[in-house]
Design a protein around this ligand. Structure first.
Ligand code: GMT
Length: 373
């Protein structure tokens, strides 16, 4: 097949999944054309069968907000027509599904199909905002095929948009090689003393990630157990969280590492993963941790319970249950056997349910089904 892929190229789970999917498709011999405003950050080496088409956004004094969606639609139309794409797979509905619809109108041809994968806030926050709802609903309905990354997100989309269209659930897959690399002792020693538990959090530090909950949780844990915390990523809530750390005098316990290109090394020295999000359609960062055999402490929001199984691969709690999450961490710090068992369950669950070898063929079968019409 000749497949176009559009995604956000910067940090973020939807871009990671789109890029890793494209790489796998290329590996299977399909021709893959990425269309975006920058090279997706995981597309960092030459791969046969992969092409990149950069969208140039015209700057003009009249445009306070240059219309990226229109430049994208124009580039999509060009690539579909001249590369003779069979289908265009867009990740994150806004504005990608809308631009894809416009591209199909520009070339006025039904010879290719549009597939939209819904990832999260394109439905739960942004897409269902009244300023976007009608166009998001319209664009989803105009797609030939629609997938969602969890059962939660499928149900939520049908509810929020009152959709009649069927949505296929194809969960995210583990983008890294499964299996835990050897921990780097010097890296672990840099942050933790022997006997201390290393807890990691990875996100884009937006308000919905509830970063300050982490600081409150750790404050409670520290009264009973020695832990060190690695905060990976950056975003609007970082300032507030660092401020709280200073206020509580915990700067030698919680390390803000900022954005990191490769998280394998960090996960290799991690004992527990913490994700207290207010909403999460899937939680790709938690899946990556599980795949490394790391028990996860998360909320039970959105699709998280489909990824982190309460009592098996870790624990899930109601949003804002700081006491519950702190107690679970204390329990796991003090019970090596339980932590080891949950770590094994975690790796097993990630491998059995979310291996790329299982999930990528689901996309290929779905493409073929949509192409058959
Ligand atoms: O929707 C977002 O907030 C951004 C998006 C992303 O690009 O990272 O995250 C969503 O998609 C990820 C990949 O499918 C999921 O793992 C995240 O749970 C989801 N984020 C939210 O639902 C908040």
């Amino acid at each position: 097949m000749k497949i176009g892929i559009t995604c956000y190229p910067t940090y973020g789970g939807s871009g990671v999944i789109a890029t890793e999917l494209g790489k796998k498709l290329a590996h299977f011999g399909h021709e893959v054309h990425f269309i975006s405003y920058a090279l997706p950050y995981r597309l960092n080496e030459f791969t046969t069968n992969i092409y990149f088409h950069e969208v140039e956004v015209l700057k003009y004094p009249l445009f306070e907000y240059p219309p990226y969606s229109l430049s994208l639609a124009t580039k999509m139309a060009e690539v579909i027509e001249f590369q003779k794409l069979d289908l265009l797979h867009v990740h994150y509905a806004i504005p990608h599904a809308t631009s894809a619809f416009l591209a199909s109108r520009i070339i006025q041809s039904d010879s290719f199909k549009i597939i939209t994968t819904l990832h999260g806030t394109d439905i739960t926050l942004v897409g269902s905002d009244p300023s976007f709802l009608p166009i998001t609903k319209f664009s989803i309905e105009q797609s030939d095929g629609v997938t969602a990354v969890s059962n939660f997100l499928r149900d939520e989309t049908i509810r929020a948009f009152d959709l009649q269209k069927s949505i296929e659930v194809i969960p995210n897959f583990v983008p890294l090689n499964l299996g835990r690399p050897h921990p780097l002792p010097e890296l672990r020693n840099r942050y933790a003393d022997s006997g201390e538990t290393v807890i990691t959090h990875i996100s884009n530090f937006r308000p919905l990630k509830r970063i300050t909950d982490i600081i409150e949780i750790v404050r409670k844990v520290l009264k009973k157990q020695a832990v060190k915390v690695l905060m990976v990523g950056d975003g609007p809530e970082r300032y507030q969280a660092e401020d709280l750390c200073r206020k509580y005098n915990m700067c030698d316990k919680i390390f803000f590492l900022g954005k990191q290109e490769s998280i394998s090394d960090i996960l290799s020295i991690t004992d527990l993963f913490l994700l207290p999000s207010a909403t999460e359609s899937f939680g790709l960062a938690a899946l990556e941790a599980l795949a490394f055999g790391i028990p996860c402490i998360t909320t039970n929001a959105g699709g998280l319970p489909e990824v982190n199984v309460n009592g098996e691969t870790g624990f899930t709690f109601d949003v804002g249950d700081i006491d519950g999450m702190a107690e679970a961490i204390v329990q796991l710090c003090g019970d090596e056997t339980l932590a080891k068992k949950m770590g094994e369950n975690a790796a097993d669950h990630a491998h059995r349910s979310f291996a790329s070898d299982q999930i990528v063929p689901k996309y290929i079968n779905y493409y073929q089904k949509i192409l058959r019409g």
